[in-house]
Design a protein around this ligand. Structure first.
Ligand code: HEC
Length: 113
């Protein structure tokens, strides 16, 4: 592979990544919640967005936010309460309350199933 080809390949990846990023934002309402809805009857886009907002605002402050698929449901169930306590302690106020913790757990499930 020559240098020019390498560069073209890298540029192509960058464009694809950019398009993918835009696509994610645009098609938010098309996220498939059916698996989450089986587990959490009545779960909808509002709850998903609320959980995502809490996650984005609080869970990438000390380390990069982990992708929802990076941990299993069991692992999230173990980590999230620990991390919520950590986030609240660090902020010296309750930034994530009990319902907020549930929203985060459901968001992580919905975004990885
Ligand atoms: C106040 C800083 C801080 C905040 C805010 C924070 N974390 Fe963490 N996180 C840490 C530290 C420190 C560790 C490593 C500690 C440990 O291993 O017990 C960690 C580890 C983790 C891990 C374990 C990674 C592994 O090894 O598998 C996960 C998952 C995680 N955090 C998720 C979250 C989530 C979800 C939130 C939001 C609710 C969050 N973190 C918010 C500091 C933070």
């Amino acid at each position: 592979m020559n240098t020019h080809h390498l560069f073209t390949t890298a540029a192509t990846f960058a464009v694809v990544a950019l398009l993918a990023a835009c696509g994610t934002a645009k098609t938010q309402s098309e996220i498939n919640l059916s698996a989450a809805q089986v587990k959490y009857p009545g779960y909808g886009m509002d709850a998903f967005s609320a959980g995502q907002t809490l996650y984005t605002a609080n869970c990438g402050r000390c380390h990069p936010a982990h992708t929802p698929s990076s941990h299993t449901e069991e692992q999230w169930a173990k980590w999230v309460p620990k991390m919520v306590a950590m986030a609240n302690k660090n902020a010296r106020t309750v930034v994530i309350d009990e319902p907020g913790q549930e929203l985060i757990l459901k968001f992580l499930y919905a975004a990885s199933h």
